[in-house]
Write a protein that binds this ligand. Structure first.
Ligand SMILES: Nc1ncnc2c1ncn2[C@@H]1O[C@H](COP(=O)(O)OP(=O)(O)OP(=O)(O)O)[C@@H](O)[C@H]1O
Length: 270
């Protein structure tokens, strides 16, 4: 599944943010955020509801513009200060619950994945589908073990099946980073387990995973860096074993939290 078509110099950060502030309605929803993500890193961004996790992703996708009044503000993608939709496609594949809600029409599994090439919800008559695209969709679906969903309509799929297709949709561009924004919301125990196994397979294939969550159980063993967000600020950033501590979590969520560890996964008891 991985290729070198989008190769960047391994020293160039995929994402470089310095002093990023975003305001809405006179309130800072991100406040002087510094964050650098390097090639090959797998990270989890964790924080309570409203801490700014989705806003941070929206800065990367260009949906939210940071305040430009600070001279030392940096927002660089693949080493560039200015980037196009094509640069972004090379960089990011995004899977979120919001996106899943948009797929509320009768679209087949194959078309869901194919629509990743057009950043659209489904396929329309003006889309020029090439043989190469079709071959890539087949390859990605095989890798994700979802070929059997090709002809099934998304409206007739379980949440877990639909979420796997959205991963396929995110991967057809062979992006450097797969962003999973609260990916296990509304998945049952088995689908949750399958989703985590799939994420592990993708990380092993060389993609960087950026997981946005407030669930410790989502953090696959391949994720070794954790960024904690609180009230729009970076609260902590570092190696998993240093950041996933009971003290930090109790402070982050303002609640006494106990952490346990089993088979490379962490769990919170509160
Ligand atoms: N477009 C907007 N207009 C006004 N306020 C906004 C906007 N976008 C985000 N916010 C506010 O910014 C804060 C951070 O929101 P954000 O969605 O980034 O948090 P989050 O950590 O992803 O939360 P959750 O875990 O609940 O998804 C919240 O208080 C939210 O209400």
């Amino acid at each position: 599944m991985s290729s070198t078509k989008n190769a960047v110099d391994s020293k160039t950060p995929l994402i470089e943010m310095k002093n990023i502030t975003v305001s809405r309605k006179d309130r800072k929803i991100l406040d002087s955020v510094d964050l650098q993500i390097n090639k090959g890193e797998n990270i989890a961004i964790i924080g309570p509801n409203g801490s700014g996790k989705s806003s941070l992703i929206k800065v990367i996708t260009g949906d939210y513009r940071p305040r430009a009044d600070s001279r030392d503000m940096v927002l660089r993608i693949l080493g560039k200060d200015k980037w196009s939709l094509f640069d972004l496609r090379d960089l990011l594949g995004i899977v979120s619950g919001d996106l899943q809600q948009e797929y509320n029409r009768d679209i087949s599994g194959f078309e869901v994945v194919l629509s990743g090439f057009f950043s659209s919800i489904g396929i329309y008559s003006n889309h020029k589908v090439t043989l190469e695209m079709v071959a890539t969709v087949r390859e990605v679906m095989k890798f994700l073990e979802i070929t059997r969903l090709s002809d099934k309509l998304i409206s007739e799929m379980s949440t877990g099946e639909a979420r796997r297709l959205l991963i396929g949709r995110a991967l057809v561009h062979d992006p450097h980073i797969l962003v999973l924004d609260e990916p296990t919301n509304s998945l049952d125990m088995k689908s949750h387990h399958q989703f985590r196994e799939l994420t592990r397979k993708i990380a092993s294939a060389g993609k960087s995973i950026v997981l946005v969550t407030h669930e410790l159980d989502d953090i696959i063993p391949e994720i070794d860096r954790i960024v904690l967000l609180k009230e729009g600020k970076i609260f902590a950033d570092g190696k998993k074993e240093n950041i996933l501590s009971e003290d930090k979590f109790s402070d982050l969520f303002e609640l006494p939290v106990k952490l346990t560890r089993n088979n490379g996964y962490y769990h919170a008891i509160y």
